[in-house]
Design a binder for this molecule. Sequence first.
Ligand code: TNX
Length: 508
Amino acid sequence: GAAAGLPATAAAAPATGQPGAALPNTVVPAPVSAVADGTTYRLTASATLSSDVPDIGAYLAGVLRASTGFALPLSTGASGPGTIALQLSGAPAVVGDQGYQLTVTTHGVVLRANRPAGLFAGVQTLLQLLPASVESPTVVPGPWTVPGGTVTDYPRFAYRGAMLDVARHFFTVAQVERYIDELALYKINYLHLHLSDDQGWRIAIAGWPQLARYGGSTEVGGGPGGWYSQADYSAIVAYAASRYLTVVPEIDLPGHTNAALASYPQLNCDGVAPGLYTGTDVGFSSLCVPLQLTYTFIDQVVGEIAALTPGPYLHIGGDEATSTTAADYASFIDRAQQIVAAHGKTVIGWHDIANATLLPSTVAQFWDTSTTDGALATAAAHGTKVIMSPANKAYLDMKYTHRTKLGQDWAGLTDVNTAYGWNPGGYLSGVGATSVLGVEAPLWTETIVTPADLDYMAFPRLPAIAELGWSPWSTHGVSAFDHRLGAQGPRWKALGIGYYHSTQVSWP
Ligand code: TNX
C-alpha cells in the first residue's frame, strides 16, 4: 500500500496524490517521512539549478541534462535561487549530518541539509521521484514531473557498507568506480575493498615491491590478476569521496595471506615461499606469528595504506585463521591492533577477532550464518560496535536460487526477500541495536569475473541491504518493499545495469 509504514502516513492517510498522503511509493531506501501535498512540479527547459556545494550541483546537472536535454544552468554560492536549489541551510536538526529535507512545490524544489553528505543523499531521493527515464544517458521525452510534498529523511545506522573482493578476481579502477556510482544510488556510504587474499595482493607497497608485482600477478582460475598503484588507489578514494563514500581498505591477516607469503620467502616460518595460488580453498595460509619480521612487514604495509586513506577505518581481516593456534591468533590480533592504532586508524576485523582482546575502538564485522556468537556478544556487552553482514542474508555472492549460475551456496540460497528479511538491530542475540554500527553487503569474487557479474549479483539485493541500513524499522514491510524495489528496475535498465529478475519482486 501507499503508506509503506511511514510514520507520517498512519492508517487514515488519504490516497496517493491527495494532500497528506504518502508520496508515491517508489523510493529505496524508504524515507523516514514523506508527505504529499497533492501538487506536482514539472521540470521544464527554463529551469535553473543552484547549489551551495558545487560538485553536488554538477552531479545532479549531469544526470538531468543528459536525459532531459535541458540547459539547466548551474549557479553556485550561498543559498542560490535556482528552480532546484540545494542548500546547506535551513534543514531541521533532526536530519543530522547525513540526512536532508526535500520540499517540492509547483514552483520548484528546495533541498536542505546540514552537511554535503545529506545534500548528496537528498539528490538521490529527488532523482528517484522523477520518472525512471531520468537515468537515461541520452535525451528521452518527459514529462519530468515530481510529486509535491515534503520528505524528511536520515539514516538509522551510521555505517552502510558494501565490500568488493578485488583479490580473488581483480577489478580495474574504472570498474570499481562504476560500482561506486551504483552504490551511491542507494545511500551506501562506505566502500570496503578486500585488497589481499591467498590468490592476489592488489596494492603496491613501496617497501615491499614484490607483493603487487609478483603476488598480484594472478587470480582465481589463473588469469592475469592485477594491482593498483598507490596513485590508482588514491584515485578510487577520491572518486568514492565524490560520491560521499569512504574507503575502508582491508589487508586480510594473519590467514588469507598466501600471495604475500609467496612473494617473500623470509615471511615464512621455514623461509620457503609457497607457490602462487589460484584455487578457492580457504584457511590454509598464515603469517609467521613468532617472527619479528612479520610485524615490521605489517607496520610498513599498514603505514603506507593508512597514509593514503583519509577515512577512519583500516580492516585487518582476521577471518578463518584455521592454520594459526588460538594462542598465536590472540597474540597476533593484539599486535596488529596496536600497529593500526599507531598509524592513527580504527581497526575493523571480521568477528573472529572477538576471540582476542579488542581495543575499545575496534569494530567487529559479523559474517556467520548463526544468530548467536558468544564471544561477539561478550565483546558487545563490553562496548564493541558491530557491523552486520550475516552470510545467509547479506552476502551478495550467494546464489539467488539453485539455478543461479554465478556464486556459491555454502551459506544458503538468498533471494530478495531473504536478503531483506532480517533486522540488523535485533538479529544477533546479545547484540542489540545500540551495539550495531551498521550493515555491509560483501561481494566475494571467487566466481565473479566481470562488471556484468557484479551487477547481476548486487541487483536487486544490494538495495535491500542498503534499506536495512538506512530506513527506520517502522518502514519494514516485505510487500511494500518488493513494489518499491520493482520500481527501480526501469532505472537499472536505463543505467545499463543487468539485474536478476527475481520473481519475488513486483516489476512494473
Ligand atoms: C568466507 S566470510 C570468507 C571468504 C570467502 C567467502 C565466500 C569471510 C570473512 N571469509 O574468504 O570468499 O566465504 O563466500
